[in-house]
Design a protein around this ligand. Structure first.
Ligand SMILES: *[C@@H]1O[C@H](CO)[C@@H](O)[C@H](O)[C@H]1NC(C)=O
Ligand SMILES: *[C@@H]1O[C@H](CO)[C@@H](O)[C@H](O)[C@H]1NC(C)=O
Ligand SMILES: *[C@@H]1O[C@H](CO)[C@@H](O)[C@H](O)[C@H]1NC(C)=O
Length: 271
């Protein structure tokens, strides 16, 4: 009887101490969020941000628009959204379909991109290691008058412990990702630069500010050097404008497209 009473008291106590119920732990949700929209006179419109949370979170992903550039094309990706059902046509909802080159915009390359046997064996974007794609990262400025050669890599002198590097180049200054015409004179890795990185650093995430990490002259050979070991992940088409070089936490998440050797990827930097 007494034991039962004690149990009852404990039960009532724990009920009083815990969050409203046991469906989730307490301690989150006390602050109220704000509306991410603007009432502009009578017009309601969303706020689009490049920087979030008072300068703490940088969106380093480019927007997809019909004039987003894609390799070898002068007109951009074109209309990539189409409404298969639309409210204007009497449907209860709008419902869009998307058709997108997987190597356009801010995207990731999987080993199957340049190695047939890796492609066949299933080394697709779904097989990429999220640990590599998320963690401390260095944003570095590449000398603007050069492609990324072994000499440039030596000059950058990146510490051995660094695992993730985003290379900002002349591509950013030239605003190449904002031009719909593909421009093959972009800056990227020359084969010897890629080889130097693989042999002399521990870098596993290589990010760059145009559609390819490899300079056009060494397009295939540089990719082959990077992707051969299946450890290095290439993130391309990053938006690195107006961010100070330095140390951040990067978060990049590709879509789980089974069978795809590339995927759009959302990347952010956190200060
Ligand atoms: C809406 O209906 C019109 C006429 O049937 C058709 O031409 C058009 O493609 C439809 N559009 C969409 C978005 O469904
Ligand atoms: C999509 O839905 C909105 C209503 O939410 C409607 O105003 C708009 O016309 C629709 N677009 C099309 C193409 O049907
Ligand atoms: C980088 O290499 C490309 C060819 O792949 C060339 O067109 C471009 O001028 C080079 N850029 C610099 C800054 O040297």
């Amino acid at each position: 009887m007494r034991a039962l009473l004690i149990l009852l008291v404990i039960d009532i106590l724990s009920l009083a101490l815990s969050s409203p119920n046991d469906a989730y732990p307490a301690g989150y949700g006390d602050e109220l969020g704000s509306c991410s929209c603007v009432e502009d006179g009578a017009v309601l419109r969303p706020v689009r941000r490049e920087v979030h949370d008072n300068g703490r979170i940088f969106d380093i992903t480019h927007k997809f628009t019909p004039s987003s550039p894609v390799g070898g094309n002068t007109e951009g990706i074109g209309e990539f959204l189409s409404l298969s059902m639309s409210m204007k046509n009497g449907s209860d909802y709008n419902f869009s379909l998307m058709k997108l080159p997987v190597h356009a915009g801010t995207h990731v390359d999987a080993p199957g991109h340049m190695y047939e046997h890796y492609f066949d064996a299933g080394f697709d974007v779904d097989s990429l290691d999220l640990e590599v794609l998320n963690g401390p990262a260095l944003l570095v400025d590449v000398p603007r008058d050069k492609n990324i050669t072994a000499d440039v890599m030596k000059f950058l002198n990146i510490p051995k412990g660094v695992k993730r590097v985003l290379f900002r180049t002349l591509n950013t200054d030239r605003g190449l990702m904002y031009k719909k015409e593909f421009d093959s004179s972009y800056v990227g890795f020359m084969k010897d630069g890629a080889k130097w990185l693989v042999e002399n650093t521990n870098i596993k995430l290589v990010g760059i500010d145009y559609l390819s990490v490899a300079a056009d002259d060494d397009l295939i050979s540089s990719h082959l050097v990077f992707l051969e070991g299946r450890e290095i992940i290439l993130v391309e088409g990053l938006k690195l404008d107006d961010i100070q070089a330095g140390i951040y936490t990067v978060h990049c998440l590709p879509l789980r497209l089974v069978g795809a050797e590339g995927s759009p990827i959302r990347c952010i930097l956190i200060k």
